[in-house]
Design a protein around this ligand. Sequence first.
Ligand code: NAD
Ligand code: ZN
Length: 248
Amino acid sequence: MKFSDRLLSTLARARSVVAFTGAGISAESGVPTFRGNQGVWSKFKPEELANIAAFMRNPELVWQWYAHRKKIIAGIQPNPGHYALAEMERFFPSFTVITQNIDNLHRRAGSKNVFELHGNIERNYCMTCRTPYTNEYVLSGDPVPRCTCGGIIRPDVVWFGEMLPEEEWEGAENACRSAGVLFSIGTSGVVYPAASLPLEAERNGAFIIEINPEPTPLTGIADEFLQGKAGEILPDLLKNIRSANKEA
Ligand code: NAD
Ligand code: ZN
C-alpha cells in the first residue's frame, strides 16, 4: 500500500502512539468471532453465557463454553498485524496497545505495553479471594474449578453488564489523552465505553488513522482511512517506519 506524505511525516514526528484494536486484528489468525459459535454452542447467544447471572445459575455450562473457547484460542497464532505492532514499540518514545480482545495475541506477539479492556482468556481468578489460576489448572480438574479457599474460580474476562477493570481503563484513557497518533484497527467502534477512546484522543488533538476493510462509525473522524486488512497494511507501514529510521 502507498501511504500519503502527510501520514508518514506525522508518524515520523510522533512521540506518543496508541493502537486501539478489536476483533478484526485477530480475524487473520482465525479467531472465531463471538457470533460464529459452532456446533452445540450455536443454540446459545453469547449474552446468555457471558454474564454473571448465567454463571451463578449454571457455572458448569458456562465453564464448558469457556473450556471450548480457551482450547480454540490456545491453538491459534498471532498474525503479521500483531507482530508489526509489537515491533513498532521500538520506534516511538511511547507506544501503547489498547485492546478489546481477550485472546492474548498482542502479548504473545511480543507487545509489552498492553491495556486489556475486556480481560484475558488465558487468565482466571477466585471469586472469593482473587487468587489467579492458570488455564492448565482450570482445564485439568473439576468441571467447575475451585480455589484452595473453597471459592469458585472464574475466567478473567469482562462479562456483559460488568464494569471494565479500573486500572486498565485509566491507563487507556491517559494514553489516549496524550496520544499524538491513534490507530483504530479492526474494530467496529460500537461497543461502549471502549469506543469512546478514539473520540477522546481526537478531542485532544491526536491524528487518527483507521485500518479496516469496511468503513465504520469512526471513519468520519479519521484523518486517514486505510481500507484493507490489518495483517497486510501494518507490515507495510512498519517497512516505511523502519526505513525512515535508517535514513534519520
Ligand atoms: P467487531 O466484531 O464488532 O468488529 C470487527 C471489525 O473488524 C469490523 O469492523 C470488521 O470490518 C473489521 N475487520 C474484519 N477483518 C479485518 C481485518 N483482516 N483487518 C482489519 N479489520 C478487520 O469487533 P469489536 O469492535 O472488537 O467488538 C466486538 C466485541 O467482542 C469486543 O468487545 C471484543 O471484546 C469481543 N470479541 C473479542 C474477540 C477476540 O478476543 N479475538 C473476538 C470476538 C469478539
Ligand atoms: Zn480463593
